[in-house]
Design a protein around this ligand. Structure first.
Ligand SMILES: [Zn+2]
Ligand SMILES: [Zn+2]
Length: 371
């Protein structure tokens, strides 16, 4: 409680009342979130404005904290006395920085979505959309990822009409661009599937998820962590329909895909190779955690539990948290996985689980050796 109060006052201390007279004439400052007239200014960058402290705080938590300083060069206009060459150089740099900003804010929004923080994801998606519009224009294909993030957040918030609007923008843009990538198409169908599922049109949802898996497969292959996100969503629909056998076989597919992916990451990591493959980014880690834990919960509440799947899932969670640096969680899930592994006929996972727990325990005692 106290820490919450502390962080709130920290946020509030960053803003100061904006003196309207200090603005250059004609330059209207609009709220970063709602584009209404602004009365507050971020005192750290001085280039971002808000209508009230609530929007300032929402933006700070949602994205601004991570991009505050990056916005300064983008939003500072170059002195008009300078040379043409300087101005050109400034333009090129601004463009590159905006492209970086699109990526950063997209990743931040994606992470919040995977964590189920739908409201908190909105400022980051909005910033990503606005930068993409600046750089690529209002009808470009590059806007679609931001539309999809905004749609997903609105589905999570239950604002289905708003979500539908973003999705039809995205659909329209994709339709006009035959060269559109498989990745965009798979993401579009994934979100259309989510919308249909939220509207209880389960058959429609399954059709979109099937398309999602098809396009993802074209891009990433079948046994891939991105593609199996579509399987997971299909399995959720089959669960809703009471078709538990189909759902369970899809969940097992998801579990073994993540299990083998994490095993490979862990092997490379423990071999001490300096050339680490790109480990999971924060958004992927949040997605894996959310999916795997949901699968454990579904198993717990199921009348006939699939112990083999539970071993795979809890071992995956142990590896995920070991790689993510949360050793307590790694040990907890490791213990669970080890217990479960005694209940299944195939004992082949017991050894790798024990080795992982040993590693986690050693690292826990000698944290300085961690890196
Ligand atoms: Zn506002
Ligand atoms: Zn700022």
């Amino acid at each position: 409680m106290n820490s919450m109060k502390g962080s709130k006052s920290k946020v509030l201390s960053l803003i100061s009342t904006l003196n309207p007279l200090a603005n250059p004439r004609g330059a209207k400052k609009l709220c970063e979130l709602c584009e209404k007239p602004s009365y507050l200014q971020c005192t750290k960058c001085r280039v971002t404005f808000y209508c009230d402290s609530e929007h300032q705080q929402a933006d700070w938590v949602g994205i601004h904290e991570k991009v505050c300083q990056l916005l300064i060069p983008i939003r500072t206009t170059v002195d008009f006395h300078s040379l043409q060459a300087d101005r050109d150089n400034h333009c090129a740099q601004t463009l590159q920085r905006q492209e970086e900003l699109i990526e950063i804010s997209r990743a931040v929004a994606q992470k919040s979505l995977f964590e189920g923080k739908y409201q908190q994801s909105l400022p980051a998606s909005q910033l990503s959309l606005r930068c993409a519009m600046n750089v690529y224009g209002p009808r470009a294909l590059q806007l679609v990822p931001a539309y999809l993030l905004l749609a997903e957040a609105n589905i999570g918030l239950g604002s289905l009409a708003q979500a539908e609007e973003y999705l039809s923008q995205a659909e329209w843009t994709v339709m006009k661009m035959p060269e559109c990538s498989h990745t965009i198409r798979h993401q579009l169908h994934r979100n259309l599937g989510r919308l249909y599922a939220a509207k209880d049109n389960l058959e429609g949802a399954l059709l979109h998820f099937a398309n999602d898996v098809y396009y993802s497969c074209e891009e990433h292959g079948l046994e891939n962590i991105v593609t199996c996100g579509g399987y997971f969503l299909m399995a959720n629909v089959f669960t809703k329909q009471g078709k538990m056998d189909i759902a369970n076989s899809l969940y097992t597919e998801v579990a073994s895909t993540w299990h083998s992916h994490l095993t490979t990451l862990l092997d490379t990591h423990t071999q001490g190779s300096r050339m680490l493959p790109q480990l999971l980014d924060e958004a992927q880690q949040a997605e894996a955690d959310q999916m795997l834990r949901a699968m454990l919960e579904i198993q717990e509440s199921s009348p006939k539990q699939d112990a083999a799947q539970k071993v795979l899932v809890s071992h995956s969670l142990a590896m995920l948290w070991f790689l993510g640096g949360s050793l307590d969680k790694a040990l907890d899930f490791g213990r669970q996985a080890l217990q479960l592994s005694q209940l299944v006929p195939d004992h082949s996972l017991a050894e790798p689980i024990q080795i992982l727990m040993q590693l986690a325990a050693e690292r826990d005692q000698h944290p300085t050796n961690a890196s």
